[in-house]
Each structure stands twice: as C-alpha cells, then as structure tokens.
Design a protein around this ligand. Structure first.
Ligand code: CMP
Length: 140
C-alpha cells in the first residue's frame, strides 16, 4: 500500500457520544474505503495538544483541545486510491453549515468546532498523523 493510498481519520467526541460512530463507519465503507486500523481512545490533553500543535496560538486552540478530550474518539487508518482527498470530500467543509449534503459533517456535525470528523490534509501529514497514533503493527 503506497502512502498516497492512506489517510488518517478521527471520528470526534461529539459524533461518538451521540452514537453516530457506526453510521459514519458505514458511510466510510460504502464509499469504498478499507478500514486498516481502528481504535477507540479517550485522548489526554497532552495527546490532543501534540496532535494539533500546528494550531497552537490560534484563538480556537484551547476550545479545540478541550473538545477533543471531553469523550472518546475513534482513530482510523483508511485506505483508498487518493485517500487524503477522498476522505476530505466525504467529510465535507470544515464548517458543517457549509458542507455539502450527504457529507459526514453536514449529516453529523454541529458547528465549526464540533464537526464530527478530522482528516489529514496532505499525504505528508497523513504519514505523520498515522505514525502519531498507530504503531506499524496496528495497521493491517
Ligand atoms: P480539524 O480538521 O480537526 O482541524 C482543526 C480543527 O480546528 C478543525 O477541524 C475545526 O474543527 C477546529 N476549529 C475550531 N474553530 C475553528 C475555526 N474558527 N477555524 C478553523 N478551525 C476551527
């Protein structure tokens, strides 16, 4: 599996707490992704701050890490051709109000902060984010 075929995804605390993780996983599989890694995890503050370090200093950073640590998330390694873009397309716009019909964020997001899902924004970041959360042996 070449790196261009992999991406990292999170089903965020709002979606997991609302009982929408299964529906989102179904949508992922129906759209041709293969689930190669999967773990339910309640992130610590350190893990969330480290993962989102690129956003440190932004006005929404504290809110973002508080949200990401309020309840468990589902961490995913996904495989599909052009996986990064394909998953971003399926998630929809960051702001659920602007997301297209049928997308994860339109269906299950609430607002720009509580937006149900995360996805890597490049192949390079997919590799970094996958390595942040999964050991090699945890990806099928
Ligand atoms: P995500 O793809 O997980 O990456 C960073 C997150 O910051 C983003 O999704 C949003 O959920 C969150 N966020 C919260 N407020 C904002 C904002 N004003 N602009 C951009 N992202 C925001």
């Amino acid at each position: 599996m070449s790196i261009g075929n992999k991406t990292f995804a999170i089903i965020k605390p709002d979606a997991v707490a609302a009982g929408n993780a299964g529906a989102i996983l179904s949508l992922i599989e129906q759209n041709g992704f293969k689930v190669k890694g999967l773990r339910l995890q309640h992130l610590t503050l350190k893990e969330a701050e480290g993962f989102y370090a690129v956003h440190k200093g932004k006005g929404f950073f504290d809110e973002l890490v508080a949200f990401m640590t309020e309840a468990p998330v589902v961490l995913l390694a996904l495989e599909k051709e052009n996986a990064v873009q394909a998953w971003r397309d399926l998630m929809g716009a960051t702001n659920p109000e602007k997301a297209a019909d049928g997308t994860v964020r339109k269906l299950y997001g609430t607002n720009i902060g509580r937006n149900a899902s995360h996805g890597s924004d490049s192949d390079e970041n997919a590799a970094i984010e996958l390595a942040w959360f999964f050991r090699g042996s945890e990806i099928a």
